[in-house]
Design a protein around this ligand. Structure first.
Ligand SMILES: *Cc1c(COP(=O)(O)O)cnc(C)c1O
Length: 230
């Protein structure tokens, strides 16, 4: 497995190139290292290379990393979150990328001890296998969150469809950007909605060109290890 430093250098170069193409600034983009498939030691390698944002997608994986890592890092929960798991997760993370239903919002409101930065997950491509609100449901959903004081909607999140067709991927990101801008313009209390969480190993460059402010990169940065390793 290639070392994290080499991977990171390549990713940062590609991020810069995408910024140049998209007329963006590198410092406006946060790279989240998705460590869900790798060990604590691999995760530590990531931290040693200066990355301060880590993403996990299961409560167990998050807990394992929390127990082992004391560095001051921002924890991003990027997976679908079961309502009954909110209690054990919400006060350990800094960002939730998968707010997708009112029952989840209600539970967060009940369990969070401070205001939580959340992304509303949108299923732009309408693939059945993906979580997230339908595009048309997002605005009403955010309007209804007004009395959830513990939830700050900082932006929208999506996953690109499973396709090789970059035009389709780009369109999905573009539509999410349009929706995000529209909601931000409303200046809703508790929902600044200025951020866009989009782009993974295979499509982060397109995402940056289309306005991503948080990219979630796993395999391209840390590779993949066997399940269940520590
Ligand atoms: C796993 C995962 C990623 C990272 O995927 P890679 O293709 O390994 O970069 C990003 N976002 C979400 C929601 C994920 O589940």
């Amino acid at each position: 497995m290639t070392n994290v430093q080499q991977n990171l250098e390549q990713i940062q170069q590609r991020m810069q190139n995408a910024c140049d193409r998209g007329n963006r600034k590198l410092e406006d983009i946060t790279l989240i290292a998705v460590t869900k498939e790798v060990s604590v030691s691999r995760t530590n390698e990531v931290i040693e290379n200066g990355i301060r944002h880590l993403g996990e997608n299961r409560p167990e994986g998050l807990q394992k990393k929390l127990d082992a890592i004391s560095n001051d890092v921002g924890w991003h929960y990027i997976g679908s979150l079961q309502t009954r798991k909110v209690k054990s997760v919400i006060n350990h993370i800094n960002f939730l990328h998968s707010l997708d239903r009112m029952s989840l919002a209600d539970e967060i409101e009940k369990r969070a001890t401070s205001t939580k930065d959340c992304f509303v997950q949108v299923n732009v491509s309408q693939e059945e296998s993906k979580h997230g609100l339908a595009f048309e449901e997002v605005e009403a959903f955010i309007d209804q969150l007004q009395n959830h004081k513990r939830i700050r909607v900082i932006g929208l999140m999506t996953m690109a469809p499973n396709t090789e067709d970059n035009t389709i991927i780009r369109n999905v990101f573009r539509r999410l950007k349009q929706l995000q801008s529209k909601i931000a313009a409303k200046q809703i209390a508790g929902a600044p909605c200025t951020e866009l969480s989009m782009g993974m190993s295979g499509d982060y460059e397109i995402a940056i060109e289309e306005g991503a402010t948080f990219i979630r990169v796993g395999t391209a940065l840390v590779g993949k290890e066997r399940e269940g390793i520590v």
